[in-house]
Design a protein around this ligand. Sequence first.
Ligand SMILES: *Cc1c(COP(=O)(O)O)cnc(C)c1O
Length: 439
Amino acid sequence: MSKKIFLGEDQIPRHYYNIVADLPFQPDPPLHPATKKPLGPEDLAPIFPMALIEQEVSTQREIPVPEPVLEAYMLYRPTPLIRATALEQYLQTPARIYYKYEGVSPVGSHKANTALAQAYYNKQEGTKKLVTETGAGQWGTALSFACDRFGLECEVYMVKVSFHQKPYRKVMMQTYGATIHASPSDTTEFGRKILAQDPDNPGSLGIAISEAIEVAAQDPNAKYSLGSVLNHVLLHQTVIGQEAQAQLKAIGEKTPDVVIGCHGGGSNFAGLSFPFVRDKINGADIDIIAAEPISCPTLTKGKLDYDFGDTAGMTPLIRMYTLGHDFMPPSIHAGGLRYHGAAPLVSLLLEHGLIRAEALSQLDVFRGAIEFAKTEGIIPAPESSHAVEMAIREAKKAKEEGKEKVIVFNLSGHGLLDLSAYEAYLNGELKAEDNGYNG
Ligand SMILES: *Cc1c(COP(=O)(O)O)cnc(C)c1O
């Protein structure tokens, strides 16, 4: 059996898989932030193109991948499914461990999958510019790349501390031709208001979202773009899980016993797992696990309720597991995945017991990442390392149980631009979270 499993270009999925069509229960509608009434398409039209608004509420099972997006995917898709034989040997586990490697995309993560689709649909509807926010820069980089490919301008509001402390993704975005602002900035009313109160404000994702939405809403040629959480984003990511299923089938491997993804807003987890959730709804026995940080334990400690998507409370209210829209992860946390909420579709699956969630400590996560790097060679993104560590735990459990399980996890990106977090870990500067999240 070959260790690295590729498929030909002709086997890139031709459809996005919409799990809503197969759910035995209905999602709850997003609510207008002022009226608290269910949102209509017209409420979203100023900031999103109609094709994406339709996907957001679609109940159609398969939505075709547009031909130009397929062509763009061919730069890096299908991504390899790799059997982690060296890690298996190191762990002395009877489990067969496979990882789907999304780090081969030009921008180094799965985020290109939705960025390309979003740029394409916007271009089709005459959008000239996409505006977005980014924290550490993965999403901003993916959207900059995608906009460049489809001939759109891209404007990115990057959280000010990251803008200064993490210059390399900024340089990547500039290389693709994007305009970057350190947020809070003096280019928006909201940014100027924050700066007037506090000229040294370090910024936050919430402030950056508010700035990006303000710019997009006021410019008739511009729209806003989001890299996780929303239904249409999760939908685009399902190319990952569909490919993984085809790859397992091509080598005659059975349906996995365990499927794992790390969880920030939910997009890469959903991308790998939703096609397997369909199998589970149809009777397959699969343990599907979302791995999140103890420092930002949205799924394991959050409350299932309507909440805002941003800190400022400007976005629609969505029903999701949430730590509260003013939640700030502790500053000792180095592993990413800092979003206060979870995708509404992931939340719904958790509520109904189709998936489960585990919270991991950052010291365990980096130890697992280094075991993986030393056996399989790839240095995983700190975010992805949550899935790595979870897979290691499940492989150890299989050993204890003496069971020949098949474990599949998503390696959502590489960590080559996150080496400062590895440096902090290797120098012993990372601390265990005291006792996690206290409420
Ligand atoms: C952004 C990112 C994540 C977290 O986002 P999700 O929407 O939860 O997938 C995970 N891994 C990598 C590599 C990322 O860039």
